[in-house]
Write a new protein. Structure first.
Length: 400
C-alpha cells in the first residue's frame, strides 16, 4: 500500500539579492557611527594631556558627540519621514566626512571641540536614517535578523574603535585618525549611493504635537525603548566598571580581555537572536525580559563573586543579554510604528539608547560612591530585573 510522502520542510526565508545589496551599506553606516564615537573618545585623554586641558574640558569633549546625537536625532528622524531616509543617510555620511577632513585641513588642534560637535550632528542624521532603511528594506519576516546584524556591526565598531584610535594616533597623531575616519565615511557614502534604493516618503496622516505625545506614551513604543535604554546602560556599565571590579586581582591585559569578551558576546548573539525572533522561537516581550534578566545575573555574579572565572562568565552573560534585547526591541518598534512615522520613531528610540548609555554609569557611580561598587552593580541588577518584569507584559500594537 503506497504511503504518503513526508511533509516538506518549509524553506528558510531568504532576502532577495537586490535587497541584501542595499542593506549591507546600512550595516557599514552603523559601524561608522560607532567607530567614530569610540576611536576618538578613547584617545581624548592623550589630547587633554598634550594640551594641558582640565578634567572639565575633557568631559565637555567627551559629551559633545553624544550630546549632539541626543538633541538632533528626533529632528533628523522626522526629516527622514518628510523627504525620505536615503538623502538623510547620504547627507549625514558626507557631513561626517567633511567634518573629519576639516579638522585635518584646518591644522588647528583647538578646533577639536567644534569637530566633535559637527561629527555628532552628522551621526544624528545618518544613524536613525540607517535604522529606518533597515526597517523599510528588510522583509517583514526577517527584520529581527537584519536588526541583529545592524547591531552586531555597531558592536564591532564599539569594540575596534578604541584599538583603531589608539593605533592611528600613535602612528600619525590625530590628523591620521581623522583622515581615516573621513575616508571611511566617504567610502560608505559612495557605497550607499550606489546600492541603497530610493525610499520615497510614505503617506502619513497629519499629526499634532498632542497626537505625537500620545503615540510616544503608548506601551508599543515605551516598552521597547526603555528596554533598549536598559540594555545600553548595562553595556556601558559593563565596559566601564567590570575592569574596575577586577583590577585588584587582575592585570590590564586580563581586564581588557573581559571587556572584549563582553563586546564579542553581544555582537555574536544579535543576529542569532534576531533569527529566533523572526522564526517565532523567541517572542519579543519574553525574549527581551530574558535578555535583561541574563544581564542582571551577570552583574550580580561579579558583584558577589569577584574572581576571574566569575568575571568571564559575567562578561558573557552581560554581552549575551544585551545582544538579545537590541534586535528584538528594534524589530518591535519597526512593527508597531506607523509607516509614515518610522524615522521619527527610530530617532526617538535612539535618544533612549543615548540616555541609557549616559545614565547607567551615573547610576552605578552614585550608588557606589557611598556604598561600594558591589552595591552599585547590585543596584543596576535590581533595576534590570524590574525592567525585565515590566517588558514581559503585553504590548498593544500601534495602528500603522
Amino acid at each position: 500500500m503506497p504511503t504518503d510522502p513526508p511533509p516538506a520542510t518549509p524553506a528558510r526565508p531568504t532576502t532577495p539579492p537586490a535587497t541584501r545589496a542595499g542593506l549591507w551599506p546600512l550595516l557599514a553606516a552603523g559601524f561608522v557611527t560607532a567607530v567614530g564615537a569610540h576611536a576618538i573618545a578613547a584617545t581624548l585623554g592623550r589630547y587633554a594631556s598634550d594640551r594641558h586641558a582640565s578634567l572639565i574640558q575633557l568631559g565637555v569633549l567627551l559629551a559633545l558627540y553624544d550630546g549632539a546625537e541626543v538633541v538632533l536625532k528626533p529632528a533628523f528622524g522626522a526629516l527622514a519621514d518628510r523627504i525620505g531616509p536615503r538623502p538623510v543617510l547620504l547627507g549625514g555620511l558626507l557631513a561626517f566626512a567633511m567634518a573629519s577632513a576639516g579638522f585635518v585641513a584646518g591644522g588647528n588642534p583647538d578646533a577639536l571641540a567644534a569637530t566633535r560637535l559637527a561629527q555628532g550632528a552628522a551621526a544624528a542624521a545618518f544613524s536613525p536614517a540607517a535604522s529606518t532603511l533597515v526597517a523599510r528594506l528588510s522583509p517583514a519576516s526577517q527584520q529581527g535578523r537584519w536588526f541583529g546584524s545592524y547591531g552586531a556591526w555597531k558592536g564591532l565598531g564599539y569594540t575596534l574603535g578604541p584599538l583603531l584610535g589608539g593605533a592611528l594616533v600613535t602612528l600619525g597623531g590625530f590628523a591620521l585618525l581623522f583622515t581615516i575616519l573621513a575616508g571611511l565615511a566617504l567610502a560608505v557614502a559612495g557605497w550607499a549611493a550606489a546600492a541603497v534604493p530610493a525610499s520615497p516618503p510614505l503617506p502619513k496622516a497629519r499629526e499634532t504635537l498632542l497626537g505625537l505625545a500620545r503615540r510616544l506614551r503608548q506601551p508599543s513604543f515605551v516598552q521597547p525603548t526603555v528596554a533598549l535604554a536598559a540594555a545600553t546602560a548595562a553595556l556601558s556599565v559593563g565596559v566601564g566598571f567590570l575592569p574596575v571590579r577586577a583590577a585588584a586581582g587582575l592585570g590590564p591585559l586580563a581586564t581588557g580581555a573581559a571587556v572584549s569578551l563582553l563586546a564579542a558576546s553581544a555582537a555574536l548573539i544579535q543576529p542569532r537572536a534576531g533569527r529566533a525572533y523572526d522564526s517565532g522561537r523567541l517572542p519579543g516581550p519574553l525574549g527581551t525580559g530574558a535578555g535583561l534578566a541574563l544581564a542582571a545575573a551577570g552583574f550580580a555574579l561579579t558583584a558577589l563573586l569577584p574572581v576571574p572565572a566569575a568575571l568571564a562568565l559575567a562578561a558573557v552573560a552581560i554581552g549575551a543579554g544585551t545582544g538579545i534585547v537590541t534586535p528584538l526591541s528594534f524589530a518591535a518598534l519597526a512593527a508597531a510604528a506607523p509607516s509614515g512615522r518610522l524615522g521619527q520613531t527610530m530617532g526617538a528610540a535612539e535618544v533612549g539608547r543615548e540616555l541609557g548609555d549616559a545614565g547607567g554609569p551615573l547610576l552605578v557611580g552614585a550608588i557606589a560612591a557611598p556604598a561600594g561598587l558591589a552595591v552599585g552593580l547590585l543596584g543596576l541588577a535590581a533595576g534590570l530585573l524590574g525592567t525585565a518584569a515590566w517588558t514581559t507584559t503585553r504590548r498593544p500594537t500601534s495602528p500603522a
